[in-house]
Design a protein around this ligand. Structure first.
Ligand SMILES: *Cc1c(COP(=O)(O)O)cnc(C)c1O
Length: 402
């Protein structure tokens, strides 16, 4: 599944990669192949072990043409040989962990990450005999100290949900590779245009394509991009055996969104910066974390590593009681922004995320790790995903409560 048109620019790839006019009908738009099985003209084996690069479509848990189209598009955007699309971002994370880790192996995982991933790494992997060390990945020395001879995977997330802390991906990739481990990065917040993970040395680039890549809040999905060898292993295990495949309908919707991703990311970044700068002027806002602001604690790393700072903002308004009260006021008064979880959609979304609750359910940080978290998040943050509406309207909406 290598990608043609390698020389084209990102906008051309977003529109065309993976697609071609239908030779039978001439249809310019990609077809939605809602077919679970495929008639073959070859008598072939029916096992994950028989799957090769040139295998015909056989059964949709192995591959479906519409899903393949999206996989080729995302691989082209990430500059990787291949990509595997799965039922959700969580399925993508599970697929990475369960394909590359076995009993007795060790993984180093970011101590702050998407809550579901944090809980999966901390609670589920040890049940299978996989040892996990949770580390503040903004500190490469901490990653170096955590790596052991049996470390097989270093999994980071940058920027990290929900606090916008960054990982120096080139530094962490170098450390992992020196130890013979694979590096995966959940790049959902950044999108494929936030940072060039491939150039930074990341082996497996993971996205919840529910977010920026799909971009319209209408379909759940996940993707992992990487070399043909690594993705081939994942396809055999996760898609064919664990069965977490993406529906062709979701792939079709998400590919339609992905076609405009470069343009949307430009607009997301512009709006994100405008809203972040406005938030910094509000007396009731005590801290704003956005990688595009000079006040971001890792602004130099953001400048060096990120080509687009996306539109995820975290901001504090004081203690937890104040955050709760303001959350309720937002539910009552916001007219444009939706008070809802998720992110990366054309609609602006905002949600209150209290530190104490997240520590109990998801992160369980103590000592220096908790201090580092609180340096970004205090008692809690409003996590805002700035959408594609007019910046003035988003700001006026926030102005109803701030
Ligand atoms: C949403 C999200 C996930 C999980 O993705 P789903 O598609 O909801 O399963 C994983 N990582 C990050 C950073 C996310 O924002």
């Amino acid at each position: 599944m290598t990608i043609r048109n390698d020389s084209h620019g990102p906008r051309t790839k977003a529109v065309h990669a993976g697609e071609a006019p239908d030779p039978a009908t001439g249809a310019s738009a990609p077809a939605l192949h809602m077919s679970s099985t495929f008639v073959t003209d070859q008598v072939a084996g029916f096992s994950a072990h028989d799957l090769g690069e040139d295998s015909p479509f056989l059964y949709a848990r192995w591959a479906n043409p519409t899903v393949t189209m999206l996989e080729r598009k995302i691989a082209a955007l990430e500059g990787t040989e291949d990509c595997l699309c799965l039922a959700s971002g969580m399925a993508a994370a599970t697929s990475i962990f369960l394909t590359f880790l076995s009993a007795g192996d060790h993984a180093v995982v970011s101590d702050v990450s998407y809550a579901g991933v944090a809980e999966l790494a901390r609670d589920t992997l040890p049940r299978f005999g996989i040892n996990v060390t949770l580390v503040d990945m903004s500190d490469p020395a901490a990653v170096a100290a955590a790596i052991r001879p049996e470390t097989k995977l270093v999994h980071c997330e940058s920027p990290v949900n929900p606090i916008g802390r960054l990982t120096d991906l080139a530094a962490v990739a170098k450390l992992a590779h020196e130890a013979g481990a694979i590096v995966s990065c959940d790049a959902t917040f950044a999108s494929p245009f936030g940072q060039n993970c491939t150039a930074l040395g990341v082996d497996l680039i993971m996205h919840s394509v529910t977010k920026y890549i799909g971009g319209h809040g209408d379909a759940v999905g996940g993707a992992v991009a990487g070399s043909a060898a690594l993705i081939g292993r994942m396809r055999g295990e996760s898609a064919i055996h664990h069965g977490a495949v993406m529906s062709p309908f979701n792939a079709w919707l998400i590919a339609r969104g992905a076609a405009t991703l470069p343009l949307r990311m430009k607009a997301h970044e512009e709006n994100g910066l405008a809203v972040a700068e406005w938030l910094e002027t509000r007396p009731g806002v005590t801290k704003v974390i956005y990688p595009g602001l000079d006040s971001h604690p890792q602004r130099e790393l953001a400048k060096a590593q990120m080509q687009n700072t996306s539109s995820m903002i975290s901001f504090q308004v004081g203690d937890a009681a104040r955050g709760q009260a303001l959350g309720q006021e937002m539910i009552d008064k916001l007219e444009v922004i939706h008070y809802a979880v998720s992110l990366g959609h054309h609609r602006s979304l905002i949600f209150w995320m209290e530190t104490a609750g997240l520590m109990e359910t998801s992160f369980r940080l103590e000592g220096a790790a908790l201090e580092s978290y609180r340096a970004y998040a205090g008692d809690g943050v409003f996590r805002m995903s700035v959408g594609l509406e007019d910046a003035e309207d988003i700001i006026a909406d926030l102005g109803r409560v701030l």
